[in-house]
Design a protein around this ligand. Structure first.
Ligand SMILES: [Zn+2]
Length: 500
């Protein structure tokens, strides 16, 4: 009988489902062990709680296997073993370094040293990771700086109906509803949404109803401020910052249906008054994603009948024959052709990606170390030379002028080296994070798309896609390289559009 260990994990979600116990997993593994000649010498079990994400048994099993020379790990299925790509890398290391085989009992497969690999694919991933990393570094930096905003913290003065206050517990600056003016804001949106008001008649009615008595500093409403309030997505829980819409942490006062109705009324009024149609405050998910498949002009978005979003060719100086396409059609295609394949990447697919990523990191680290060591060596060399030259100067073997020129040359180069060395350290860390994030993003793309704001949807699509076209009512999506490679590994992707 060969020695084996088993690993069981119960997620926090499962613990909330009634009648669930880890025994079912244990029984399955025990049966498998018995019929395949394994002797389970140790059982490991993790039960996650929402608060505690650390998995002690997972860490313990990795150590135990190494220490006791165990060659077989039994687990129900892949996602019991690793919840994220960092875990995956750890398991991969174990397989490679200790010649361990992991049996995914329910899936009827195993992971071992001899798993097949595709060099072409790995090469593709390695290349793109390197390039993408550079492309995205500046983006990542910007994101870090806007972290507050990303967490929904509004970094500016709250609009009418809200107050900037300090959270009594966390002592953080937050935005709270101003209850003295809540009724005013609600009435503004409800009344204007009926379409029976001009801005002036709205203000008159609000004053008549004595709702305007609590305006800060005794100010009065005028048409400009009223228009501004009615267009502000802050009241539905979003806010605008750096020309982008973010999901705020503050409470919404207005529901999004009412808010949208008000936007329609505002935009309708504008058309009648012969103003150029204003762009909707909420951006369109696919805007900027496509060019026209017939005439290569850009594709723009518009709202028809107040609620349907259409995408159409701008037809700038062409006699393009393309018709406008409804957003639902494009969304459906996007789901089928890109989001589902990305989200359903197989465990094998992930294994390829992770392997490629790891190799790429090792290569980079190898290069990194060589370059790093070369710089350290040069630093030592320069310092020694400086010392020697100083002695030469003392012995008057060199002139004052020669000494000064050389000294400046060497110290300049030393400063340059120090900067480069510091930069290197940072780059290495970011590179690793970025690769893992790409994989997480791919796997979650479909869900992200469902919960994202239109602004976030647009960002996500632009991140995933390049050079996509729209023609005869059909989008032709072109995934960026890393995602194309990932989609190709998906069981759906292999069958459909992304196959070789
Ligand atoms: Zn066109």
């Amino acid at each position: 009988m060969q020695k084996a260990v088993s690993y069981v994990r119960v997620s926090s979600k499962e613990q909330h489902e009634q009648g669930y116990s880890p025994d079912a997993q244990k029984r399955l593994l025990y049966e498998f062990a018995r019929s395949n000649g394994f002797n389970i010498v140790e059982e490991f079990e993790d039960a996650e709680t929402a608060k505690q994400t650390g998995r002690t048994a997972f860490t313990a099993i990795l150590a135990y296997v190494r220490e006791h020379g165990i060659k077989h790990i039994l687990v129900e299925k892949t996602d019991r073993l690793h919840r994220n790509f960092v875990d995956y890398v750890k398991v991969e290391d174990l397989i490679k370094e200790c010649d361990v085989t992991v049996y995914l009992v329910k899936e009827g497969t195993s992971l071992g040293r001899n798993a097949k690999s595709s060099d072409k694919f790995m090469h593709g991933i390695r290349t793109l990771m390197a390039k993408n990393f550079i492309d995205n570094l500046s983006e990542e930096t910007r994101k870090g700086m806007d972290e507050k905003v990303a967490h929904g913290e509004y970094p500016s003065k709250a609009p009418l109906g809200y107050l900037n206050v300090q959270d009594p517990i966390t002592k953080k600056n937050i935005v709270a509803v101003d209850h003295k003016n809540r009724a005013l804001i609600e009435a503004m949106f409800t009344l204007y949404g009926t379409g029976n008001h001009s801005l002036q008649s709205l203000i008159d009615e609000l004053e008549c109803k004595e709702l305007t008595g609590n305006l800060p500093n005794g100010r009065k409403l005028n048409k400009t401020t009223t228009d501004h309030i009615l267009r502000n997505p802050f009241y539905i829980g979003h806010f605008q910052w750096n020309k982008e819409i973010h999901k705020g942490a503050h409470e919404a006062i207005i529901d999004s249906d009412t808010w949208q109705r008000v936007q329609d009324v505002l935009n309708g009024k504008r058309e009648k008054q012969n103003y150029p149609a204003q762009h909707n405050v909420i951006p369109f998910p696919f805007k900027g994603v496509f060019t026209c498949g017939e005439c290569q002009r850009s594709i723009t978005a518009e709202i028809k009948k107040g609620k349907y979003i259409y995408y159409r060719c701008t037809k700038y100086q062409t006699d393009c024959t393309q018709q406008a396409v409804k957003q639902e059609m494009i969304l459906e295609e996007a789901e089928e052709k890109i989001l589902t394949p990305l989200s359903t990447i197989s465990d094998n697919g992930i294994a390829y990606v992770v392997e490629a990523l790891k190799q790429s990191l090792e290569e980079k680290r190898g290069w990194h170390n060589t370059a790093y060591e070369a710089m350290l060596a040069e630093k030592t060399r320069l310092k020694n030379r400086l010392d020697r030259m100083y002695e030469d100067r003392l012995d008057e073997k060199v002139t004052e002028e020669f000494y000064e020129t050389k000294r400046k040359e060497y110290t300049d180069r030393l400063t340059e080296l120090d900067t480069k060395i510091a930069k290197h350290d940072r780059a290495d860390i970011n590179y690793h994070d970025f690769g893992l994030r790409i994989l997480e993003l791919a796997k979650n793309a479909k869900n992200l798309m469902k919960i994202a704001t239109p602004q976030e949807q647009q960002e996500l699509l632009k991140f995933l896609l390049s050079n996509s076209t729209l023609k005869d009512g059909k989008p032709d999506f072109s995934l960026k390289k890393p995602f194309l490679q990932i989609a190709k590994r998906s069981p759906l992707g292999e069958r459909s559009a992304w196959g070789d």
